[in-house]
Unconditional design. Structure first.
Length: 342
């Protein structure tokens, strides 16, 4: 069974081909990805209309590239998966439209996939795949959630952000420091040269007792520090970047460990763009090792949005008989789509 996956929820166009048997872990045959970072840098963030237009330009050439890399043809595709949501409406419509049109032309099923489910399951394509059940920390620019995962499609929401997501806090803080776009990786690089103890920043909801997150107050504290410093020097930027990163990581690690204790799970999956953050990985690895717990991550190339995770999620749902394939090739997108409802 060959599944072509198309991801177009925001500012990356991803296409991949995944092979799956009735049982066992699916295998990635080929993938291709185009990032729109260079295009959006001039605007300091994603411009939805420009993102949609660029997806239109990229998706078919990327699909041809993937098939060529895999040594496959269109006739080898058994079904086509696409990101149905959440994401930018116009961007989602590009992937959904192309996938449904291609499926209709080939007389193959088309399947809409939840973007976050793709992230959550992406470590199954790694060299160290997890086993069910586990806790999942989904942490990206738009989402920060803790889930209990008992199987594909069997999810329990444990906690989520009530305002800014962790990745959003990274990006907005970086913008306040004049670090450009994308802000998260730029702030992490600057933090390498800073002293986190030079500034005292809040850790919202750190001791709340629940598993919800809040990062808007941290962003406000960073803005206040920048205003007080005035003409901020490079060392102060580095110190404030380090303090910001440490505050975010402190909250993510503490809440993750609490989720493991509350659920009794012995392993955690960390997925989403912020999951590539080096300090987060080092802290979680160290804390889990002390407690004889396991941590699983996607391969670094699969931390950002990509087509492989979409094809994988569809493949794993197919293995369990949990897919809803469109028979009339009508399609819709869900820019706001809770994972629990998927």
């Amino acid at each position: 069974m060959n599944i072509l996956g198309i991801e177009s929820s925001c500012d990356e166009t991803g296409v991949a081909l995944v092979e799956a048997a009735a049982q066992g872990t699916p295998r990635l045959r080929a993938q291709a990805l185009h990032s729109q970072i260079d295009m959006h840098q001039a605007y300091g963030g994603v411009v939805p209309e420009l993102a949609s237009r660029d997806h239109i330009r990229r998706v078919l050439p990327l699909a041809r590239q993937v098939l060529a890399q895999a040594g496959a043809s269109l006739q080898d595709i058994d079904f086509i998966a696409y990101t149905r949501g959440p994401g930018l409406a116009g961007a989602l419509l590009v992937g959904a439209g192309v996938a449904s049109a291609l499926a209709a032309a080939l007389q193959r099923p088309a399947i809409g996939v939840h973007h976050l489910e793709g992230h959550l399951l992406s470590p199954f394509l790694s060299a160290d795949p997890p086993a069910f059940p586990f806790v999942a920390l989904l942490v990206s620019g738009g989402h920060t959630q803790l889930m209990r995962v008992d199987d594909v499609g069997v999810y329990e929401l444990l906690g989520e952000t009530i305002d800014d997501a962790a990745g959003e806090a990274f990006d907005k803080s970086a913008k306040l420091l004049g670090l450009g776009y994308p802000g998260g990786p730029a702030l992490a690089r600057m933090a390498e040269f800073g002293d986190a103890s030079a500034f005292t920043l809040p850790r919202p909801l750190l001791h709340s007792g629940d598993l919800d997150f809040s990062f808007a107050g941290l962003k406000t504290a960073v803005r206040t520090q920048v205003m007080e410093l005035g003409n901020i020097c490079e060392q102060d930027k580095a110190n404030l970047a380090a303090a910001t990163q440490q505050a975010i990581v402190d909250v993510l690690v503490r809440k993750s460990l609490q989720a493991l204790r509350d659920t009794g799970c012995a392993r955690i999956v960390v997925a989403g763009g912020v999951g590539a953050n080096t300090q987060l990985r080092e802290r979680l690895n160290a804390e889990c090792a002390k407690r004889q717990l396991r941590v699983h991550y996607p391969e670094l190339a699969l931390c950002t949005d990509n087509g492989a995770m979409i094809a994988l999620a569809a493949a794993m749902r197919w293995q369990r008989g949990r897919i809803d394939a469109a028979s009339d090739y009508a399609f819709s997108v869900l820019p706001r789509w809770p994972l629990i409802a998927a």
